[in-house]
Design a protein around this ligand. Structure first.
Ligand code: LLP
Length: 409
């Protein structure tokens, strides 16, 4: 699998065969990850950067501990956006010197614990630096400041983070004064956005931040994540990790300062897919509607903002072989609101109850954005290695959901 290639119908079939042999079959829904494809992408990322770079893979893209363990064992680090994610990273065996803590809202207790553990810690704003100073931040800690170079948004406003009105970080022009006041700052952090940000914007943000890192003679720069991916075959070919590294290699910090990266989507999205049983087929105002077990609970953005987000779909027979033919159809999720539609007027093969609907590219920002609306349980997840399936997540049964909502948990 190359950097940007996505799981094909053949990969899906290999995964289903492996899962069947291991005794798993989608009763309602089952999610898959191609672990070798994930390792190949991580290997390409590590190879493209200097050997002292730290690659904090964004846990928010996919927090399954077994998946984080695969990342850590393959030489990756992790980026945590909350204290809970720090705990997930530690549970997956991530060493402190490969763990980046980035939450925009950290408590004093979390800050102290992060200092004690020796994590990479990116402060979001001046008030947090003041609190770190009060907590006695040691000058040897890896404390960075998140900056906003205010160079504009990408094509998706909700996931763009370097427009002037972004809620994150301090405007970059404040960095020199803040570094002077808080000499424990040893690096700067910039995150440009997620999806919808092209190479030019990523490079411009790194250039602006890198100039300040050089001027202040800091030790490291965290260039964030945000390499976009393809969700449809019609999307333009996204930049691959080597293009990104080549662009950064032209900047003065390359080879002189330690580089931290924080990719999530580009590693996980295309290496995962989801399969749901088609539970029913109805006709709504003349158009067939395939009723499936995954909707806005798994695919928040595609359901609520379909103009910006969408996934390609395959229809398989109950034995996993592809259905042929084409008709306009809708695909509806299981939730109790009329908008729970994951595809509208899509050209799809005719489906029958008991068929399998495959949703491509669900490896990132799906389970991690799961909505509890209607209290459906999270689906189980399997990893695929060649022709073998390994369990990654058991999913939630009704008893687990009752426990989650109970007073005693
Ligand atoms: N670092 C920071 C500080 C971030 O906030 C993010 C993503 C990343 C790294 C990883 O970016 P990536 O390489 O995955 O693009 N579907 C979600 C996306 C939110 C992403 C937020 N930050 C949503 O629609 O809200």
């Amino acid at each position: 699998m190359s950097w940007s290639s996505r799981a094909t119908q053949a990969d899906v079939q290999r995964g289903l065969d492996a899962a069947r042999r291991a005794g798993w079959w989608p009763k309602k829904a089952l999610m898959f990850h191609d672990l070798e494809a994930l390792e190949a992408r991580l290997g390409a990322l590590i190879a493209a950067f200097p050997s002292d770079a730290v690659h904090g893979i964004a846990i928010k893209a996919n927090p399954l501990i077994e998946l984080l363990r695969v990342v850590v064992q393959a030489g990756g680090g992790l980026e945590a956006a909350s204290w809970e994610e720090v705990r997930c990273a530690l549970a997956a065996g991530c060493p402190a010197d490969r763990l980046v803590f980035d939450s925009p809202a950290k408590t004093d207790e979390e800050l102290s614990e992060a200092l004690r553990l020796g994590l990479w810690l990116n402060a979001d704003h001046e008030g947090e630096l003041e609190r770190l100073a009060k907590l006695g931040a040691p000058s040897a800690a890896r404390i960075g400041l998140r900056v906003n170079p205010a160079i504009g948004a990408g094509s998706i406003g909700h996931t763009s983070t370097v427009s002037r009105d972004s809620k994150f970080g301090e405007l970059i022009e404040r960095a020199p004064a803040l570094v002077k006041r808080f000499p424990f700052i040893s690096g700067l952090h910039v995150h440009t956005g997620s999806q919808g940000v092209g190479l030019a914007l990523l490079e411009a943000a790194a250039r602006a931040t890198g100039e300040v890192v050089e001027a202040l003679d800091l030790d490291w720069i965290d260039v964030g994540g945000g390499l976009p991916v393809r969700y449809t075959d019609g999307d333009p070919e996204p930049p691959n990790v080597q293009d990104w590294a080549d662009a950064l290699a032209k900047l003065p910090f390359w080879g002189r300062r330690t580089i931290v990266t924080e990719l999530g989507r580009a590693l996980h999205a295309g290496t995962g897919w989801a399969v749901s049983r088609v539970e029913a087929v109805k006709v709504i105002d003349g158009t067939p509607l395939y009723v499936v077990h995954l909707g806005a609970d798994l695919l928040l953005r595609p359901v609520y903002r379909p103009e910006a987000w969408g996934h390609e779909l395959f229809v398989l027979r109950p034995d996993g072989t592809p259905r042929e033919g084409s008709q306009k159809a809708h695909v509806g999720g299981p939730l109790c609101f009329a908008g729970d539609i994951i595809a509208r007027d899509r050209d799809l093969p005719p489906a029958e109850p008991g068929d399998l609907l495959v949703i491509r590219d669900t490896g990132a920002y799906t389970l991690s954005m799961w909505s509890r609306h209607c209290s459906r349980g999270l689906p189980p997840v399997v990893g695929i290695r060649g022709d073998t399936a390994v369990p990654l997540f058991a999913g939630e049964r009704p008893d687990d959901v009752v426990r989650a909502w109970s007073l005693r948990g």
